[in-house]
Design a protein around this ligand. Structure first.
Ligand code: ZN
Length: 453
C-alpha cells in the first residue's frame, strides 16, 4: 500500500456523499440525558458500519444504552487500531438560540449545523469514511480497525466499565484514537494525551420543617448560612482546596510535559474577549495560566439554591439549602479517594448535618508524551496539515478514557476533525466541511503510517 493518491482521490470525489452521511446521522436525535432517539441512532450507526464493510455487533446490557461495535481485519498486518467514539449528544437547549433546527443538519457557509455535528458524529463519520476509502480503492485496510461507539458518553458512561469487563478480548488493540480534537485558530492540529478526572457532588442542609418568619432568626437555624460556611471550609479565596489530604496524590507534571506545555500557543486575550473578562482568576496569565488550566485540580460551585429568589423581598429563614459542586482531578487523584476525604473533612469541620450525595465520576488518565504512538500521530498530523502538531499532555476535560487505560494500558491519543468555532455543547454546533474532509484524509494517512511503525 504505497500510494495514498487513490485513497485521497476517492475522498475528494465522494466528499458530497460523506457530508450526506453525516447529515443523516445528525438528523437522528440521540440525547442520552433524556433517552431520546437512542435505539434508533445505535441502529443507524450499525447500518453505517455495515455499509462501510465492517463486521458489527450491538452490545446491550440489561440496563444502559447500547454500545455499537465494529471491526475489519487487514490482510497485511496483525496490528490493531481502535477508535473510541460516541453517538449520543448533549441536549440542544436553549433551542431558541439555534438559527436552524438543532437536528436539521442545515448547511450554511460551508458548515454543517446540528447537535452532534462535531461532538461526536463528525469524527465518527470521518473515521468510517477513511476506512471506506481504503476498501473502495485498495480493497484492504492497512491495519486492523476496531470501533467502540458509546451511547452514554455525554452522561458519564455509567455502564461502560461493565461493557469492557464483559468484552475484554473485543476491545484489545495496540493503540487507541480517542473521540475529540481538531485544529486550532492557526490551523495547527492538536493532540490531547489525557483527561482530567471528575467528581460531582451535591451538598444539602436542612433547617426547620418549613420556611419560618425571619423575626425568629435569633432562634431558628438557617441552612443557607450553614451551606455558606461549609463551602468556605472547602476552598479559600486563593483557590486553595482545604480538604485535608486533597493534594496528597497530585503528581506534578514531568519536565518533558512542561516542555510541551511551553510550546502550546495560548491566545489568552482572544479568549478573555470572548468571555467578556478583563482578567483571569488570580490574574493568571501566559504560561502560568495555561499550566493552571491543564495541571491544577479544581473545585467549582455549579449551582446554589435556597430560600426566596423572586422579585422584591420576602423575610424568611429558608428551610433548606443546596449546592452542586464538581472537582476536576489530575493524575493520580481518584474520585473515590477525594469523596472520602470530602466526607471526613466536613465531619471533622463540624458539619455533621450535611447530606452529601455523589453523582458521576471518572478517574484521570494520561499517555506519556514520549510514547512511540504519540510521536507517530504527531508526525502524521504534521504531514496531513502542513503544520507542526500542538501536543497537550492532558486536556482540562474529562471522560471515560481511564476505563480503557486501566484495563489495557495501551497508548491513547485524542485527535479529530473539529475546529475552534464548532460551538460544541452550545447552540449552533457545527462542523466545517473542509475540516471534516481534511480530517478524513488525516485518518487515512494515520492508518497507513501506524501500520509501518
Ligand atoms: Zn461532548
Amino acid at each position: 500500500m504505497e500510494n495514498l493518491e487513490n485513497v485521497y482521490a476517492y475522498i475528494d470525489a465522494n466528499s458530497r456523499d460523506f457530508v450526506e452521511t453525516l447529515i443523516q446521522l445528525v438528523r437522528q436525535p440521540s440525547i442520552s440525558a433524556k433517552g431520546e432517539g437512542i435505539q434508533e441512532c445505535a441502529e443507524l450507526v450499525e447500518k453505517l458500519m455495515k455499509e462501510t464493510g465492517l463486521t458489527t455487533r450491538i452490545i446491550q446490557l440489561e440496563e444502559g444504552n447500547p454500545v455499537v461495535y465494529g471491526e475489519i481485519r487487514s490482510g497485511e498486518t496483525d496490528k490493531t487500531l481502535l477508535f473510541y467514539d460516541h453517538y449520543d449528544v448533549q441536549p440542544p437547549d436553549p433551542i431558541e438560540q439555534w438559527i436552524s433546527g438543532p437536528f436539521s443538519g442545515e448547511i450554511r457557509e460551508g458548515k454543517i449545523y446540528g447537535r452532534g455535528a462535531s461532538d461526536n458524529k463528525g469524527n465518527l463519520v470521518s473515521r468510517l469514511k477513511a476506512v471506506e476509502s481504503y476498501l473502495k480503492t485498495v480493497g484492504d485496510v492497512p491495519v486492523n480497525v476496531k470501533f467502540v461507539v458509546d451511547g452514554e458518553e455525554e452522561i458519564g458512561s455509567p455502564h461502560l466499565k461493565q461493557v469492557i469487563n464483559e468484552n475484554k478480548e473485543l476491545f484489545s488493540a495496540d493503540a487507541v484514537i480517542w473521540e475529540f480534537g481538531g485544529t486550532d485558530r492557526e490551523g495547527r492540529p492538536c493532540l490531547y494525551l489525557g483527561l482530567k478526572g471528575i467528581l460531582s457532588v451535591e451538598l444539602r442542609v436542612e433547617g426547620a420543617v418549613k420556611d419560618v418568619h425571619s423575626a425568629n432568626a435569633p432562634l431558628v437555624p438557617n441552612p443557607a448560612w450553614r451551606l455558606v460556611w461549609m463551602l468556605n471550609a472547602i476552598k479559600n479565596e486563593k483557590e486553595e482546596i482545604l480538604i485535608e489530604g486533597f493534594y496528597d496524590n497530585v503528581k506534578a507534571p514531568s519536565k518533558e510535559e512542561l516542555h510541551y506545555i511551553e510550546e502550546i500557543p495560548f491566545d489568552e486575550e482572544e479568549w478573555r474577549r470572548e468571555l467578556g473578562l478583563k482578567e483571569f482568576l488570580l490574574k493568571r496569565s501566559g504560561k502560568e495560566a495555561l499550566k493552571a488550566l491543564l495541571c491544577n485540580p479544581s473545585c467549582t460551585i455549579n449551582g446554589i439554591v435556597s430560600g426566596y429568589t423572586g422579585a422584591g423581598s420576602k423575610t424568611i429563614v429558608p428551610r433548606t439549602a443546596m449546592a452542586k459542586l464538581d472537582f476536576r482531578l489530575v493524575p493520580n487523584q481518584t474520585p473515590t479517594e477525594i469523596f472520602g476525604k470530602l466526607v471526613n473533612h466536613l465531619r471533622n469541620s463540624g458539619f455533621k448535618d450535611v447530606k452529601i450525595t455523589k453523582y458521576g465520576s471518572t478517574d484521570p488518565a494520561k499517555t506519556p508524551v514520549n510514547d512511540k504512538f504519540v510521536q507517530t500521530v504527531a508526525k502524521t498530523a504534521e504531514k496531513a496539515y502542513g503544520k507542526k502538531a500542538v501536543i497537550y499532555p492532558i486536556s482540562p476535560g474529562s471522560g471515560p478514557m481511564h476505563l480503557f487505560k486501566n484495563a489495557y494500558g495501551y497508548p491513547i491519543v485524542s485527535v479529530g476533525c473539529s475546529h475552534p468555532e464548532a460551538n460544541v455543547h452550545a447552540p449552533n454546533e457545527n462542523l466545517e466541511i473542509e475540516s471534516f474532509i481534511k480530517g478524513t484524509k488525516f485518518i487515512a494517512l494515520l492508518l497507513q503510517d501506524f501500520s509501518r511503525t
